[in-house]
Design a protein around this ligand. Structure first.
Ligand code: 5AD
Ligand code: SF4
Length: 462
């Protein structure tokens, strides 16, 4: 007990480097939150930091190598800090999960390793590391409820926030490490989510993005008094969160086509706060490749979902993820991907070359595709996706869009905000309006941003 108190008595510097997905960005924020009571203040650089955390992502190839080279760069900084209180180095996240013991062996500069499910134990691990450097190792999944332990005093900046509602994945796509590193699919109880979103709203948050690796598989314990409902799906959760005053916009990511149900599709029709922008990865357009990927749906079934969504909410825009060069992909299979992309017409879409992830079934497949073929296909696909993104953005010219103003822009007098479709929007408006949603008439568009003029309402004119 005494050591905790002495640790909190002085201010210490914490540097977190975050790799990968939004889930990791969120996890890093949580790490800052749990460490704040121990006196750790976030810092912008590792030099002179008391604690450095690399919050890693395992989803792309060479992720582990990147972490090792970063650790190499940190070594002299740690040596320089040796006579000034020392520097503790932690590796967190999915690489930690996958390679825990190996990291400690290969990089003695690391003091501790924390798996993605156990960062609420960071304070305890840090305290231990101060006593016995290099001995702590904690990457085991635990079934306990980490959200109960984190408290509600997270620091909020800005007007948008991520809220984890679901973790893990049971889909086992043959290219993906998530089911191994993040474990079994698990949903957070509705009451906990509501409490967190209420607290965020009270702190000025206007937009929440519900996060989960397979978020539309959500099946959370119903709120107190509604036990008879049985588990709530994501559509029910979204409608319930839309009732919270102050919350103006709701988004969620990432969804799987197999878990789309009519209730969630209908939520897009009946819940205006649910933004008309939906990320639904498909990965490939050929049924043969979808089967080899174990996606558990066909291209036609995916298109049918998109059509239903468009019928429910005519202004909905679709984004996605695509992989080219999965083992066995022929030119014809790749053509099927291009056909699907033309049919869907994406507002934006991430695209990747397939990369072997050790331990996944895809890595063991014998019919791997040549790197040059993968690169050529990626180029063709990206040219098509870029053209679609530009024409989607240009189609906004002349429209009036509600824009959530987030911060000052680069030019004097200019503010930066987001459209319902997550497009960056630049507009001239007084700084007092930051944190509000204003109507903007779009006058310009590029691939990555829109610009426009503020439309004054009658209220403004009065
Ligand atoms: N190779 C290429 N892309 C991958 N993704 C996941 N695993 C791999 C892999 N082994 C992509 C998928 C997923 C996104 C988050 O990353 O498109 O939807
Ligand atoms: Fe990975 Fe998503 Fe497939 Fe789950 S659904 S295995 S997270 S790609």
């Amino acid at each position: 007990m005494y050591s905790w108190m002495s640790m909190s008595s002085s201010r210490k510097r914490l540097f977190i480097k975050t790799y990968g997905c939004q889930m990791n960005v969120y996890d890093s924020e949580r790490m800052k939150d749990v460490l704040h009571p121990l006196g750790y203040e976030p810092s912008d650089a590792p030099d002179g930091a008391d604690l450095v955390i690399l919050n890693t992502c395992h989803i792309r190839e060479k992720a582990a190598e990147k972490v090792y080279s970063e650790l190499g760069r940190l070594r002299p900084l740690k040596e320089a800090k040796a006579d000034d209180g020392g520097m503790t180095i932690a590796v967190a996240g999915c690489v930690a999960q996958a390679e825990g013991a190996e990291i400690m062996k290969r990089a003695p500069v690391v003091d501790l390793v924390v798996g993605p499910q156990t960062y609420h134990k960071l304070p305890e691990l840090i305290a231990k590391a101060h006593r016995e450097r290099g001995e702590a190792l904690d990457t085991e999944f635990e079934v306990e409820d980490k959200f109960d332990r984190l408290g509600n005093d997270r620091q909020v900046e800005g007007f948008t926030a991520f809220v984890t509602v679901q973790e893990g994945c049971d889909k086992f796509c043959t290219f993906c490490v998530v089911p191994y590193t993040r474990g079994a699919e698990w949903s957070r109880p509705v009451d906990q989510i509501v409490a967190e979103v209420r607290a965020l709203a009270a702190k000025g948050i206007r937009e929440v993005t519900l996060l989960g690796q397979n978020v539309n598989a959500f099946h959370g314990e119903p709120p107190a008094g509604r036990e008879a409902d049985g588990p709530w799906g994501l559509g029910q959760l979204v409608r319930h969160l839309a009732l919270i005053g102050g919350i103006e916009r709701i988004r969620f990511t990432t969804s799987h086509p197999r878990d789309m149900d009519d209730d969630l599709i209908n939520a897009f029709a009946d819940t205006p706060k649910l933004m008309p922008y939906f990320h639904l990865p498909v990965q490939a357009g050929s049924d043969k490749i979808l089967k080899a990927m174990n996606r558990q749906h066909t291209a036609e079934e995916y298109i049918a979902i998109i059509e239903k969504l468009r019928a429910a909410r005519p202004d909905i825009a679709i984004s996605g993820d695509m992989i080219v060069g999965f083992p066995g992909e022929t030119d014809r299979d790749f053509e099927a991907t291009l056909d699907l992309v033309r049919e869907v017409n994406y507002a934006s879409c991430f695209s990747f070359k397939y990369s072997k992830r050790p331990g996944t079934p895809g890595a063991a497949m014998f019919n791997q595709i040549d790197e040059t073929v993968k690169s050529e296909r990626l180029q063709v696909l990206q040219d098509l996706l870029n053209a679609q993104q530009i024409s989607f953005n240009e189609a906004q010219i002349g429209r009036t869009l509600p824009v959530l103003l987030e911060k000052a822009g680069r030019m004097p007098g200019q503010l930066h905000g987001r459209s319902p479709y997550l497009q960056a929007v630049h507009v001239e408006a007084p700084e007092a309006l930051i944190g509000t949603i204003i109507d903007v008439k779009i006058t310009g568009a590029s691939r990555n941003a829109l610009s426009g003029e503020r439309v004054r309402t009658q209220q403004d004119a009065a």
